[in-house]
Design a protein around this ligand. Structure first.
Ligand code: SF4
Length: 284
């Protein structure tokens, strides 16, 4: 069994999302998963199609809501490996509230964002990740809002795993997704995934010229939160690799009573008379 299915993606040739799809498939195989062990939930946007292109459980959700659905899947069956996915518009505009609270909740899922700094599906409008001055159909004079520093925000929200990669670097991206899947808690992975059709500024070439790989910084320590934030600010967020990891923070499911024992979907929920009587005595 592998994670490929026979559906041909209808992304534009050269879209960065192809590499994200391939990296998820490789990472899932490398960590020893079977298709029935994996659930992929996606939002709306070009990236949202990814849940239909991988041989696993898949749920193409609604705009900005991949995270609530993915958390529900994980709560129901903690034995599944759950990946939530979406674009920067999906996750950092309409879905931002879910993103911040899922990060601080630290439920054991992996969130992969295909960040192309634009809305691709609706044919090229400014997104929360577009730089100030970025000209699109929605901002013909240039965006007057600044881009969200999403990795710094994730760290300050209490993230236990923060990483970033680039669609052109399949090896690094696959390794980062593997690490995210293995991490016990919420793993947040932002991927520079160029939109070759509508974003003519943040191209593959532009990223290659501007990205700093963290493994080339001597002494970089991903357990050091202050160093992580300082490094992000120094390179304007354009770093790739494992930015920050805290293995000590307990995951949400470790802290929820009744959840530690196993998948809720497999627990006996029939209400026995003794249980009912006990509840009545306790709460009446
Ligand atoms: Fe990819 Fe952009 Fe085409 Fe959408 S419009 S499939 S993001 S290249």
């Amino acid at each position: 069994k592998d994670f490929r299915n026979n559906i041909k993606p209808n992304w534009c040739p050269g879209c960065g999302d192809f590499s994200v799809q391939a990296s998820i498939q490789r990472a899932a195989a490398n960590v020893g998963l079977q298709p029935e062990d994996l659930a992929i939930v996606s939002g709306i946007g070009c990236s949202g199609r990814i849940s239909g292109y991988i041989n696993s459980y898949g749920f193409h959700g609604i705009h900005g809501r991949s995270l609530p659905i993915a958390q529900g899947v994980k709560m129901a069956n903690r034995e599944l490996t759950v990946i939530a996915s979406g674009g920067d518009g999906d996750g950092f505009a309409i879905g931002m509230g879910h993103t911040v609270h899922a990060i601080r909740r630290n439920i054991d899922i992996t969130y992969i964002v295909m960040d192309n700094q634009i809305y691709g599906l609706t044919k090229g409008q400014t997104s929360p990740r577009s730089e100030m001055g970025f000209k699109t159909k929605s901002t013909p004079e240039g965006s007057i809002e600044s881009a969200i520093g999403i990795m710094e925000l994730a760290i300050s929200a209490g993230a236990s795993f923060v990483a970033q990669s680039f669609s052109s670097d399949l090896k690094e991206l696959t390794s980062i997704i593997e690490q995210g899947i293995k991490h016990k808690g919420f793993s947040f992975i932002n991927v520079f995934s160029p939109c070759v059709t509508f974003n003519k500024i943040n191209t593959y070439e532009w990223f290659k010229q501007n990205i700093k790989k963290l493994d080339t910084i001597e002494g970089y320590d991903p357990t050091n939160r202050v160093q992580a934030v300082n490094t992000l600010m120094e390179y304007n967020g354009l770093v790739t690799g494992l930015i920050y990891q805290n293995k000590q923070k307990p995951s949400y499911e470790e802290l929820v009573p009744g959840f530690r024992e196993g998948a809720l979907a497999k627990q006996d929920i029939s209400l026995k008379k003794e249980t009912f009587d006990h509840l009545l005595t306790e709460f009446m």
